[in-house]
Design a protein. Sequence first.
Lengths: 300, 213
Amino acid sequence: MIGLNFIYGVAGLTFLAFALLGAAEKRWANATFHGLIATSFLLGDWLGDIGNGVLVLALVAIAASGRMKRRVETGEPRARGAMVFVPALVIPVTALLGTLLFKQVPWLVDPRQATLVALTVGVLLALALCYVWLRPAPAEPFRAGRALMDDIGWAAVLPQMLASLGAVFALAGVGEVVGRLIGVAIPAGSVIGAVLAFGLGMALFTIVMGNAFAAFPVMAAAVGIPLLVQTYGADPAPVAAIGMLAGFCGTLMTPMAANFNLVPAALLELKDRNGVIRAQVPTALPLLAFNIILLWWIVA
Amino acid sequence: MLVLSGIAIIALGFLLRFNPMLVIAASALVTGLAAGIDPLAILAAFGKAFNDTRYVTAIYIVLPVIGLLERNGLQARARALVAGLKGLTTGRLLIAYLAFRQITAALGLTSVAGPAQTVRPLIAPMAEAAAGEAHDPEKVKALAAATDNIGLFFGEDIFIAIGSILLMKGVLEGYGIIVEPLHLSVWAIPAAVAAFLIHGGRLLWLDRRVRRG
Protein backbone atom coordinates (compact mmCIF):
# COMPACT_ATOMS: atom_id res chain seq x y z
CA MET A 1 0.00 0.00 0.00
CA ILE A 2 1.24 3.50 -0.82
CA GLY A 3 1.62 5.62 2.29
CA LEU A 4 4.38 7.06 4.43
CA ASN A 5 6.96 4.70 2.86
CA PHE A 6 6.48 6.43 -0.51
CA ILE A 7 6.55 9.95 0.99
CA TYR A 8 9.64 9.16 3.08
CA GLY A 9 11.38 7.62 0.07
CA VAL A 10 10.92 10.80 -1.97
CA ALA A 11 11.90 13.01 0.98
CA GLY A 12 14.98 10.88 1.72
CA LEU A 13 16.19 11.05 -1.88
CA THR A 14 15.57 14.83 -1.99
CA PHE A 15 17.67 15.38 1.14
CA LEU A 16 20.30 12.99 -0.22
CA ALA A 17 20.56 15.21 -3.31
CA PHE A 18 20.88 18.30 -1.08
CA ALA A 19 23.66 16.53 0.88
CA LEU A 20 25.62 15.45 -2.21
CA LEU A 21 25.39 18.91 -3.80
CA GLY A 22 26.52 20.49 -0.52
CA ALA A 23 29.47 18.09 -0.28
CA ALA A 24 30.45 18.89 -3.87
CA GLU A 25 30.84 22.53 -2.78
CA LYS A 26 32.66 21.53 0.41
CA ARG A 27 29.90 22.92 2.63
CA TRP A 28 30.52 20.04 5.03
CA ALA A 29 28.32 21.00 7.99
CA ASN A 30 25.26 21.58 5.77
CA ALA A 31 25.99 18.42 3.77
CA THR A 32 26.31 16.26 6.90
CA PHE A 33 23.14 17.73 8.40
CA HIS A 34 21.14 17.02 5.24
CA GLY A 35 22.78 13.59 4.93
CA LEU A 36 21.59 12.71 8.45
CA ILE A 37 18.03 13.80 7.60
CA ALA A 38 18.21 11.63 4.45
CA THR A 39 19.38 8.71 6.61
CA SER A 40 16.49 9.27 9.00
CA PHE A 41 13.95 9.23 6.14
CA LEU A 42 15.42 6.23 4.30
CA LEU A 43 16.69 4.05 7.15
CA GLY A 44 14.98 5.40 10.28
CA ASP A 45 12.85 2.30 10.77
CA TRP A 46 15.94 0.08 10.81
CA LEU A 47 18.11 2.20 13.11
CA GLY A 48 16.29 1.30 16.32
CA ASP A 49 15.28 3.79 19.03
CA ILE A 50 18.80 4.30 20.41
CA GLY A 51 20.20 4.62 16.88
CA ASN A 52 17.66 7.34 16.09
CA GLY A 53 18.53 9.03 19.38
CA VAL A 54 22.22 9.08 18.42
CA LEU A 55 21.26 10.52 15.01
CA VAL A 56 19.41 13.32 16.81
CA LEU A 57 22.45 14.02 19.01
CA ALA A 58 24.57 14.35 15.86
CA LEU A 59 22.05 16.83 14.39
CA VAL A 60 22.12 18.84 17.64
CA ALA A 61 25.94 18.86 17.65
CA ILE A 62 26.11 20.20 14.08
CA ALA A 63 23.45 22.84 14.76
CA ALA A 64 25.17 23.98 17.97
CA SER A 65 28.61 24.10 16.33
CA GLY A 66 27.50 27.16 14.35
CA ARG A 67 29.23 25.87 11.24
CA MET A 68 26.16 25.63 9.02
CA LYS A 69 26.32 28.31 6.32
CA ARG A 70 23.59 30.41 4.74
CA ARG A 71 23.11 30.22 1.00
CA VAL A 72 25.49 31.77 -1.48
CA GLU A 73 23.81 34.50 -3.51
CA THR A 74 22.59 33.30 -6.87
CA GLY A 75 22.30 35.54 -9.92
CA GLU A 76 19.26 37.49 -11.10
CA PRO A 77 16.37 35.22 -12.09
CA ARG A 78 15.64 34.70 -15.77
CA ALA A 79 12.40 36.29 -16.94
CA ARG A 80 9.79 33.84 -18.18
CA GLY A 81 6.17 34.25 -19.25
CA ALA A 82 3.10 33.70 -17.11
CA MET A 83 3.51 29.96 -17.83
CA VAL A 84 5.85 29.88 -14.84
CA PHE A 85 2.76 29.75 -12.62
CA VAL A 86 1.66 26.42 -14.09
CA PRO A 87 4.08 24.06 -12.29
CA ALA A 88 3.60 26.05 -9.06
CA LEU A 89 -0.16 25.50 -9.30
CA VAL A 90 0.17 21.83 -10.30
CA ILE A 91 1.24 21.03 -6.71
CA PRO A 92 -1.83 22.35 -4.83
CA VAL A 93 -4.27 21.24 -7.56
CA THR A 94 -2.87 17.69 -7.55
CA ALA A 95 -2.95 17.68 -3.75
CA LEU A 96 -6.61 18.69 -3.88
CA LEU A 97 -7.80 16.31 -6.61
CA GLY A 98 -5.51 13.50 -5.44
CA THR A 99 -6.90 13.65 -1.90
CA LEU A 100 -10.44 13.23 -3.21
CA LEU A 101 -9.41 10.47 -5.64
CA PHE A 102 -7.18 8.50 -3.27
CA LYS A 103 -9.94 8.32 -0.64
CA GLN A 104 -11.82 6.14 -3.15
CA VAL A 105 -9.04 3.55 -3.39
CA PRO A 106 -8.20 2.65 0.22
CA TRP A 107 -6.62 -0.65 -0.91
CA LEU A 108 -4.03 1.26 -2.97
CA VAL A 109 -3.35 4.41 -0.93
CA ASP A 110 -3.35 4.60 2.87
CA PRO A 111 -6.45 6.78 3.49
CA ARG A 112 -4.84 8.40 6.55
CA GLN A 113 -2.01 9.72 4.36
CA ALA A 114 -4.08 10.54 1.25
CA THR A 115 -3.26 14.28 1.28
CA LEU A 116 0.48 13.85 1.85
CA VAL A 117 0.66 11.16 -0.85
CA ALA A 118 -1.25 13.43 -3.24
CA LEU A 119 1.07 16.32 -2.39
CA THR A 120 4.11 14.14 -3.11
CA VAL A 121 2.61 13.06 -6.45
CA GLY A 122 1.96 16.75 -7.23
CA VAL A 123 5.60 17.60 -6.52
CA LEU A 124 6.83 14.80 -8.80
CA LEU A 125 4.44 15.90 -11.57
CA ALA A 126 5.52 19.54 -11.25
CA LEU A 127 9.18 18.51 -11.31
CA ALA A 128 8.65 16.42 -14.45
CA LEU A 129 6.85 19.36 -16.08
CA CYS A 130 9.75 21.67 -15.18
CA TYR A 131 12.30 19.31 -16.75
CA VAL A 132 10.29 19.04 -19.99
CA TRP A 133 9.44 22.72 -20.26
CA LEU A 134 12.33 24.69 -18.71
CA ARG A 135 15.05 22.15 -19.61
CA PRO A 136 17.26 22.87 -16.59
CA ALA A 137 20.52 21.00 -15.98
CA PRO A 138 19.60 17.74 -14.17
CA ALA A 139 20.85 18.97 -10.79
CA GLU A 140 19.57 22.55 -11.06
CA PRO A 141 16.21 22.10 -9.25
CA PHE A 142 18.01 20.44 -6.36
CA ARG A 143 20.68 23.12 -6.31
CA ALA A 144 17.93 25.77 -6.14
CA GLY A 145 16.05 23.78 -3.49
CA ARG A 146 19.22 23.37 -1.46
CA ALA A 147 19.75 27.14 -1.46
CA LEU A 148 16.31 27.59 0.14
CA MET A 149 17.04 24.75 2.56
CA ASP A 150 20.33 26.43 3.58
CA ASP A 151 18.34 29.55 4.46
CA ILE A 152 16.13 27.53 6.78
CA GLY A 153 19.17 25.78 8.26
CA TRP A 154 18.78 23.65 11.37
CA ALA A 155 15.33 25.19 12.03
CA ALA A 156 14.08 22.59 9.53
CA VAL A 157 14.09 19.85 12.18
CA LEU A 158 12.96 22.03 15.13
CA PRO A 159 9.31 20.89 14.79
CA GLN A 160 10.39 17.26 14.98
CA MET A 161 12.66 18.03 17.95
CA LEU A 162 9.85 19.76 19.84
CA ALA A 163 7.44 16.90 19.15
CA SER A 164 10.03 14.50 20.55
CA LEU A 165 10.54 16.68 23.63
CA GLY A 166 6.78 16.44 24.12
CA ALA A 167 7.11 12.65 24.16
CA VAL A 168 9.75 12.86 26.91
CA PHE A 169 7.56 15.30 28.87
CA ALA A 170 4.69 12.82 28.64
CA LEU A 171 6.93 9.98 29.81
CA ALA A 172 8.11 12.07 32.79
CA GLY A 173 4.55 13.02 33.76
CA VAL A 174 5.01 16.79 33.32
CA GLY A 175 1.36 17.17 32.28
CA GLU A 176 -0.04 15.64 35.46
CA VAL A 177 2.06 17.97 37.63
CA VAL A 178 0.96 21.09 35.72
CA GLY A 179 -2.65 19.90 35.77
CA ARG A 180 -2.55 19.38 39.53
CA LEU A 181 -1.07 22.87 40.07
CA ILE A 182 -3.79 24.51 37.96
CA GLY A 183 -6.48 22.41 39.62
CA VAL A 184 -5.36 23.64 43.05
CA ALA A 185 -5.34 27.28 41.90
CA ILE A 186 -9.09 27.42 41.07
CA PRO A 187 -11.34 28.77 43.84
CA ALA A 188 -13.93 26.13 44.78
CA GLY A 189 -17.42 26.59 43.30
CA SER A 190 -16.41 29.34 40.87
CA VAL A 191 -17.75 28.69 37.35
CA ILE A 192 -15.94 31.68 35.85
CA GLY A 193 -12.74 30.59 37.64
CA ALA A 194 -12.97 27.11 36.13
CA VAL A 195 -13.72 28.48 32.64
CA LEU A 196 -10.81 30.94 32.85
CA ALA A 197 -8.45 28.26 34.15
CA PHE A 198 -9.44 25.91 31.32
CA GLY A 199 -9.20 28.50 28.50
CA LEU A 200 -6.09 30.32 29.73
CA GLY A 201 -4.55 27.04 30.85
CA MET A 202 -4.97 25.60 27.33
CA ALA A 203 -3.36 28.71 25.81
CA LEU A 204 -0.50 28.93 28.34
CA PHE A 205 0.30 25.24 28.32
CA THR A 206 0.30 25.34 24.51
CA ILE A 207 2.71 28.29 24.60
CA VAL A 208 5.07 26.24 26.77
CA MET A 209 4.73 22.99 24.82
CA GLY A 210 4.30 24.53 21.37
CA ASN A 211 1.41 22.20 20.68
CA ALA A 212 -2.26 22.23 21.68
CA PHE A 213 -2.37 18.44 21.27
CA ALA A 214 -0.03 18.07 24.26
CA ALA A 215 -2.02 20.54 26.34
CA PHE A 216 -5.47 19.06 25.70
CA PRO A 217 -5.27 15.74 27.57
CA VAL A 218 -3.70 17.52 30.56
CA MET A 219 -6.23 20.35 30.78
CA ALA A 220 -9.12 17.98 30.12
CA ALA A 221 -7.98 15.83 33.04
CA ALA A 222 -7.28 18.77 35.36
CA VAL A 223 -10.26 21.06 34.71
CA GLY A 224 -12.35 20.21 31.63
CA ILE A 225 -13.80 16.83 32.62
CA PRO A 226 -13.92 16.95 36.46
CA LEU A 227 -15.15 20.54 36.82
CA LEU A 228 -16.80 21.82 33.64
CA VAL A 229 -18.46 18.56 32.55
CA GLN A 230 -18.96 16.49 35.72
CA THR A 231 -19.52 19.26 38.30
CA TYR A 232 -21.20 21.99 36.25
CA GLY A 233 -22.87 19.65 33.74
CA ALA A 234 -21.64 21.31 30.54
CA ASP A 235 -21.95 19.53 27.16
CA PRO A 236 -18.55 17.82 26.63
CA ALA A 237 -18.42 18.48 22.87
CA PRO A 238 -18.25 22.32 23.00
CA VAL A 239 -15.99 22.20 26.07
CA ALA A 240 -13.49 20.05 24.17
CA ALA A 241 -13.77 21.86 20.82
CA ILE A 242 -13.53 25.39 22.25
CA GLY A 243 -10.75 24.38 24.64
CA MET A 244 -8.72 23.05 21.72
CA LEU A 245 -9.25 26.29 19.78
CA ALA A 246 -8.15 28.33 22.83
CA GLY A 247 -4.99 26.22 22.63
CA PHE A 248 -4.60 27.13 18.94
CA CYS A 249 -4.60 30.81 20.00
CA GLY A 250 -1.59 29.90 22.14
CA THR A 251 0.09 28.22 19.17
CA LEU A 252 -0.03 31.56 17.33
CA MET A 253 2.00 33.22 20.10
CA THR A 254 4.91 30.86 20.80
CA PRO A 255 8.33 30.23 19.23
CA MET A 256 7.90 26.64 20.47
CA ALA A 257 5.51 26.05 17.55
CA ALA A 258 8.51 26.21 15.27
CA ASN A 259 6.93 24.84 12.12
CA PHE A 260 4.22 27.51 12.11
CA ASN A 261 6.15 30.47 13.49
CA LEU A 262 9.93 30.13 13.09
CA VAL A 263 10.20 28.15 9.85
CA PRO A 264 8.04 30.62 7.84
CA ALA A 265 10.14 33.50 9.23
CA ALA A 266 13.28 31.76 7.96
CA LEU A 267 11.62 30.83 4.68
CA LEU A 268 10.54 34.45 4.05
CA GLU A 269 14.00 35.70 5.09
CA LEU A 270 12.58 37.95 7.80
CA LYS A 271 15.18 39.83 9.84
CA ASP A 272 13.12 39.32 13.00
CA ARG A 273 12.91 35.64 13.92
CA ASN A 274 9.72 36.37 15.86
CA GLY A 275 8.19 38.56 13.11
CA VAL A 276 5.40 36.09 12.32
CA ILE A 277 4.47 35.81 16.01
CA ARG A 278 4.34 39.61 16.32
CA ALA A 279 1.95 39.72 13.35
CA GLN A 280 -0.29 37.08 14.97
CA VAL A 281 -0.61 38.30 18.57
CA PRO A 282 -3.16 41.08 17.81
CA THR A 283 -5.47 38.44 16.26
CA ALA A 284 -4.75 35.69 18.80
CA LEU A 285 -5.57 37.67 21.97
CA PRO A 286 -9.09 38.88 21.02
CA LEU A 287 -9.81 35.43 19.59
CA LEU A 288 -8.77 33.81 22.87
CA ALA A 289 -11.08 36.20 24.74
CA PHE A 290 -13.91 35.30 22.34
CA ASN A 291 -13.41 31.57 22.97
CA ILE A 292 -13.36 31.99 26.75
CA ILE A 293 -16.53 34.11 26.72
CA LEU A 294 -18.28 31.62 24.42
CA LEU A 295 -17.32 28.77 26.74
CA TRP A 296 -18.52 30.69 29.79
CA TRP A 297 -21.86 31.33 28.05
CA ILE A 298 -22.22 27.60 27.31
CA VAL A 299 -21.29 26.42 30.80
CA ALA A 300 -23.26 29.01 32.75
CA MET B 1 7.65 19.27 40.93
CA LEU B 2 11.25 18.66 39.87
CA VAL B 3 10.12 17.47 36.42
CA LEU B 4 9.06 21.06 35.68
CA SER B 5 12.72 22.14 35.57
CA GLY B 6 12.72 21.13 31.87
CA ILE B 7 10.11 23.82 31.18
CA ALA B 8 12.27 26.39 33.00
CA ILE B 9 15.24 25.39 30.84
CA ILE B 10 13.20 25.85 27.65
CA ALA B 11 11.95 29.28 28.74
CA LEU B 12 15.39 30.48 29.88
CA GLY B 13 17.18 29.00 26.88
CA PHE B 14 14.85 30.72 24.41
CA LEU B 15 15.04 33.97 26.37
CA LEU B 16 18.84 33.97 26.49
CA ARG B 17 18.95 32.99 22.80
CA PHE B 18 20.97 29.82 23.12
CA ASN B 19 20.77 27.49 20.14
CA PRO B 20 17.19 26.08 20.36
CA MET B 21 18.31 22.60 19.26
CA LEU B 22 20.70 22.46 22.22
CA VAL B 23 18.09 23.88 24.59
CA ILE B 24 15.57 21.19 23.59
CA ALA B 25 18.09 18.39 24.04
CA ALA B 26 19.11 19.74 27.47
CA SER B 27 15.48 20.11 28.54
CA ALA B 28 14.70 16.51 27.53
CA LEU B 29 17.69 15.22 29.47
CA VAL B 30 16.94 17.20 32.63
CA THR B 31 13.22 16.35 32.57
CA GLY B 32 13.95 12.67 32.12
CA LEU B 33 16.58 12.57 34.88
CA ALA B 34 14.28 14.49 37.26
CA ALA B 35 11.64 11.79 36.70
CA GLY B 36 14.21 9.11 37.48
CA ILE B 37 14.43 7.78 33.92
CA ASP B 38 17.65 6.08 32.80
CA PRO B 39 19.68 8.30 30.37
CA LEU B 40 19.68 5.59 27.69
CA ALA B 41 15.90 5.24 28.01
CA ILE B 42 15.55 9.02 27.55
CA LEU B 43 17.68 8.81 24.41
CA ALA B 44 15.58 5.91 23.12
CA ALA B 45 12.27 7.69 23.83
CA PHE B 46 13.52 10.83 22.07
CA GLY B 47 14.82 8.84 19.11
CA LYS B 48 11.59 6.88 18.74
CA ALA B 49 9.45 10.04 18.82
CA PHE B 50 11.78 11.72 16.30
CA ASN B 51 11.39 8.77 13.95
CA ASP B 52 7.60 8.71 14.41
CA THR B 53 7.18 12.40 13.49
CA ARG B 54 9.22 12.52 10.28
CA TYR B 55 6.13 13.51 8.31
CA VAL B 56 6.40 17.12 9.56
CA THR B 57 9.79 17.46 7.83
CA ALA B 58 8.61 15.84 4.56
CA ILE B 59 7.11 19.13 3.32
CA TYR B 60 10.55 20.30 2.11
CA ILE B 61 10.18 18.06 -0.96
CA VAL B 62 8.47 21.06 -2.60
CA LEU B 63 11.65 23.17 -2.42
CA PRO B 64 13.37 21.95 -5.64
CA VAL B 65 10.32 22.92 -7.73
CA ILE B 66 9.80 26.23 -5.92
CA GLY B 67 13.52 27.08 -6.07
CA LEU B 68 13.75 26.32 -9.79
CA LEU B 69 10.63 28.36 -10.56
CA GLU B 70 11.97 31.27 -8.52
CA ARG B 71 15.14 31.21 -10.62
CA ASN B 72 12.81 31.49 -13.58
CA GLY B 73 11.16 34.61 -12.25
CA LEU B 74 8.17 33.19 -10.33
CA GLN B 75 8.16 35.89 -7.64
CA ALA B 76 8.59 38.69 -10.20
CA ARG B 77 5.63 37.27 -12.18
CA ALA B 78 3.48 37.13 -9.05
CA ARG B 79 4.32 40.79 -8.39
CA ALA B 80 3.58 41.77 -11.99
CA LEU B 81 0.20 40.03 -11.83
CA VAL B 82 -0.82 42.14 -8.85
CA ALA B 83 0.55 45.35 -10.32
CA GLY B 84 -1.82 44.81 -13.28
CA LEU B 85 -4.87 44.72 -11.03
CA LYS B 86 -6.02 48.16 -9.98
CA GLY B 87 -7.85 48.40 -6.69
CA LEU B 88 -6.20 45.27 -5.27
CA THR B 89 -4.81 46.17 -1.87
CA THR B 90 -2.68 44.11 0.51
CA GLY B 91 -5.62 43.83 2.89
CA ARG B 92 -8.10 42.64 0.26
CA LEU B 93 -5.62 40.15 -1.18
CA LEU B 94 -4.89 38.66 2.23
CA ILE B 95 -8.61 38.55 3.15
CA ALA B 96 -9.25 36.52 -0.01
CA TYR B 97 -6.36 34.23 0.90
CA LEU B 98 -7.67 33.90 4.47
CA ALA B 99 -11.07 32.79 3.15
CA PHE B 100 -9.45 30.36 0.71
CA ARG B 101 -7.27 28.87 3.44
CA GLN B 102 -10.14 28.52 5.93
CA ILE B 103 -12.47 26.90 3.39
CA THR B 104 -9.92 24.44 1.98
CA ALA B 105 -8.77 23.53 5.51
CA ALA B 106 -12.41 22.97 6.54
CA LEU B 107 -12.64 20.48 3.66
CA GLY B 108 -9.61 18.64 5.03
CA LEU B 109 -7.21 20.02 2.42
CA THR B 110 -4.64 21.31 4.88
CA SER B 111 -1.56 20.66 2.70
CA VAL B 112 -2.91 22.44 -0.36
CA ALA B 113 -1.32 25.67 0.84
CA GLY B 114 1.39 26.56 3.32
CA PRO B 115 4.50 28.67 3.89
CA ALA B 116 6.60 26.69 1.41
CA GLN B 117 3.89 25.83 -1.14
CA THR B 118 2.06 29.15 -1.48
CA VAL B 119 3.21 31.93 0.89
CA ARG B 120 6.85 32.26 -0.13
CA PRO B 121 6.46 31.79 -3.90
CA LEU B 122 3.09 33.54 -4.46
CA ILE B 123 1.23 35.24 -1.62
CA ALA B 124 4.12 37.15 0.02
CA PRO B 125 5.41 38.71 -3.23
CA MET B 126 1.83 39.54 -4.31
CA ALA B 127 1.09 41.18 -0.95
CA GLU B 128 4.35 43.14 -1.17
CA ALA B 129 3.54 44.32 -4.69
CA ALA B 130 0.04 45.40 -3.62
CA ALA B 131 1.54 47.33 -0.71
CA GLY B 132 3.93 49.24 -2.96
CA GLU B 133 5.80 51.85 -0.95
CA ALA B 134 3.07 52.14 1.66
CA HIS B 135 4.22 49.47 4.10
CA ASP B 136 7.38 47.95 5.49
CA PRO B 137 7.94 44.81 3.35
CA GLU B 138 9.06 42.91 6.47
CA LYS B 139 5.68 43.54 8.09
CA VAL B 140 3.77 42.59 4.95
CA LYS B 141 5.63 39.31 4.55
CA ALA B 142 5.12 38.47 8.24
CA LEU B 143 1.42 39.25 7.91
CA ALA B 144 1.14 36.96 4.88
CA ALA B 145 2.61 34.08 6.90
CA ALA B 146 0.36 34.98 9.86
CA THR B 147 -2.73 34.92 7.62
CA ASP B 148 -1.78 31.45 6.40
CA ASN B 149 -1.52 30.10 9.97
CA ILE B 150 -4.75 31.73 11.16
CA GLY B 151 -6.67 30.43 8.14
CA LEU B 152 -5.34 26.93 8.74
CA PHE B 153 -5.91 26.76 12.51
CA PHE B 154 -9.42 28.18 12.43
CA GLY B 155 -10.56 26.15 9.44
CA GLU B 156 -9.18 22.67 9.96
CA ASP B 157 -11.20 21.80 13.05
CA ILE B 158 -14.41 22.03 11.03
CA PHE B 159 -13.23 18.96 9.10
CA ILE B 160 -14.34 15.85 10.95
CA ALA B 161 -11.33 13.62 10.24
CA ILE B 162 -8.55 15.99 11.29
CA GLY B 163 -6.06 14.91 13.96
CA SER B 164 -7.24 17.28 16.69
CA ILE B 165 -10.87 16.10 16.40
CA LEU B 166 -9.77 12.48 16.63
CA LEU B 167 -7.59 13.33 19.64
CA MET B 168 -10.51 15.00 21.44
CA LYS B 169 -12.78 12.04 20.68
CA GLY B 170 -10.13 9.65 22.00
CA VAL B 171 -9.48 11.61 25.20
CA LEU B 172 -13.20 11.95 25.97
CA GLU B 173 -13.71 8.22 25.36
CA GLY B 174 -11.11 7.61 28.06
CA TYR B 175 -13.65 9.13 30.49
CA GLY B 176 -16.50 7.07 29.08
CA ILE B 177 -17.92 10.06 27.17
CA ILE B 178 -18.85 9.21 23.58
CA VAL B 179 -19.11 12.17 21.16
CA GLU B 180 -19.62 12.21 17.43
CA PRO B 181 -16.80 13.92 15.45
CA LEU B 182 -19.48 16.00 13.71
CA HIS B 183 -20.71 17.33 17.06
CA LEU B 184 -17.15 18.50 17.85
CA SER B 185 -16.55 20.04 14.45
CA VAL B 186 -19.79 22.04 14.54
CA TRP B 187 -18.45 23.80 17.64
CA ALA B 188 -15.39 24.93 15.66
CA ILE B 189 -17.59 27.13 13.46
CA PRO B 190 -18.10 30.09 15.88
CA ALA B 191 -14.34 30.50 16.33
CA ALA B 192 -13.81 30.21 12.57
CA VAL B 193 -16.25 33.07 11.97
CA ALA B 194 -14.70 35.12 14.79
CA ALA B 195 -11.20 34.53 13.40
CA PHE B 196 -12.29 35.70 9.96
CA LEU B 197 -13.92 38.84 11.37
CA ILE B 198 -11.07 39.76 13.74
CA HIS B 199 -8.20 39.08 11.34
CA GLY B 200 -10.13 40.40 8.33
CA GLY B 201 -10.86 43.57 10.31
CA ARG B 202 -7.16 44.01 11.02
CA LEU B 203 -6.37 43.59 7.33
CA LEU B 204 -8.97 46.22 6.32
CA TRP B 205 -7.55 48.52 8.99
CA LEU B 206 -4.12 48.06 7.39
CA ASP B 207 -5.52 49.29 4.05
CA ARG B 208 -7.16 52.27 5.69
CA ARG B 209 -3.92 53.38 7.33
CA VAL B 210 -2.32 53.56 3.89
CA ARG B 211 -4.99 55.73 2.33
CA ARG B 212 -4.75 58.27 5.12
CA GLY B 213 -1.03 58.07 5.55
